[in-house]
Design a protein around this ligand. Structure first.
Ligand code: P6P
Length: 339
């Protein structure tokens, strides 16, 4: 496929034509999402100005209330997505309960769960942050208000997932399960242009991403795995590099392109790790598996976990297939040894 000037709408439409059964609703949903992404990108990219230019910090030049960016992103996504007629219910990292579609709007057949601005604690340091989204087909009868049951589906049931990374450029990466595609926002005319066609994660990892500050609390199998990869050079293998940004979207995006493994494990202090299943781990696992990688909770596929709670946390080991298989072996030996 020629990627010259392939815009996101054209790409979605083209892929839709490959699926005659498609109704176009998912395409329209992804298009609405891309509009929200452009608006959030604008706000994220000028956020630093609020401090640098000495604005009051509570009211910007338009006299609008300057909100915390993650609340702004949360509200923007809801505003952009709640009236398109494609969704029956939403759920957000920023909202305890499910988000109903206002009764004045048509109820659609999809469900969207999202982390509006993951890594937002890094924004003051100008570190890349991102929006993560996960889309399911509803399981309750069409035309009725969406429910928690529509949200709590295993990741294998996702029909689309992706993220928008707000970094040196703004990129939208998405998959419908067949190929992973990256689009870079051209601010000159506000279009997402295809920049990565059918991304495949390198099978071999040479990057590992984990917060080593928690080393003391890790299971011994994980400690042995990290020591094993740190000794790669002694085995005449290519040495690994430790890269940890502390922003899941940024760490996983880099590993997707270069190869690598990202780990947020359970440990003595956090038995379920830190990251959320429904709108962080599931969408990232769907993307990485579609790109030829793997994602487990230490034992089983992230995508096969049957969710019990909207905001439940799970441990995650995600990235290049070889690396995920190796860490799983170390953890299994740990399990057998009863440590
Ligand atoms: P820690 C950001 O706060 C976040 O939710 C993810 O984006 C990131 O991967 C993780 O937490 C970092 O957590 O405990 O290493 O600071």
């Amino acid at each position: 496929m020629s990627i010259n000037f392939m815009t996101l709408p054209r790409h979605i439409l083209m892929r839709e034509k490959q699926h005659p059964e498609a109704t176009g609703e998912l395409s329209a949903l992804l298009h609405d999402l891309s509009l929200a992404a452009k608006v959030i990108s604008l706000e994220v990219n000028k956020a630093g100005l609020v401090d640098i230019l000495g604005f009051t910090g509570t009211n910007n030049v338009h006299g609008e209330q300057v909100k915390k960016l993650d609340i702004y992103a949360h509200e923007m996504l809801i505003k952009a997505m709640d009236h398109g007629g494609h969704l029956c219910v939403m759920a957000s990292e920023e909202e305890e309960k499910i988000i109903h579609i206002p009764s004045r709007h048509k109820v659609g057949k999809y469900v969207m769960l999202f982390d509006p601005l993951d890594g937002s604690s890094n924004i003051d340091a100008n570190v890349s942050i991102g929006t993560i989204f996960s889309i399911f087909r509803r399981v309750t009868p069409d035309g009725t208000p969406g429910t928690l049951e529509d949200c709590l589906q295993p990741g294998t049931e996702q029909v689309a997932a992706g993220y928008i990374i707000y970094g040196s450029s703004t990129m939208m990466v998405y998959t419908t399960g067949e190929g992973v595609f990256g689009f870079t926002l051209d601010p000159a005319f506000g279009e997402f242009l295809l920049s990565y066609n059918n991304i495949q994660i390198p099978k071999k990892a040479n990057i590992y991403s984990i917060n080593e500050g928690n080393y003391k609390y890790w299971r011994s199998g994980l400690k042995k795995y990290i020591k094993f990869i740190q000794a790669a050079y002694d085995r005449d293998e290519k040495p690994y590099s430790a890269r940890y940004i502390g922003s899941m979207v940024a760490d996983i995006h880099r590993n997707l392109l270069y190869g690598g493994i990202f780990i947020y494990p359970s440990d003595k202090r956090n038995p379920n790790g830190k990251l959320r299943l429904m709108y962080e781990c599931n969408p990232m696992a769907f993307i990485i598996e579609a790109a030829g990688g793997k994602a487990i909770d230490g034992k089983k596929r992230i995508l096969e976990i049957q969710p019990e709670k909207l905001h439940q946390r799970v441990p995650i080991y995600i990235g290049s297939a070889d690396a995920v298989d190796t860490v799983a072996e170390y953890l299994e030996q740990d399990e057998k040894a009863g440590v």
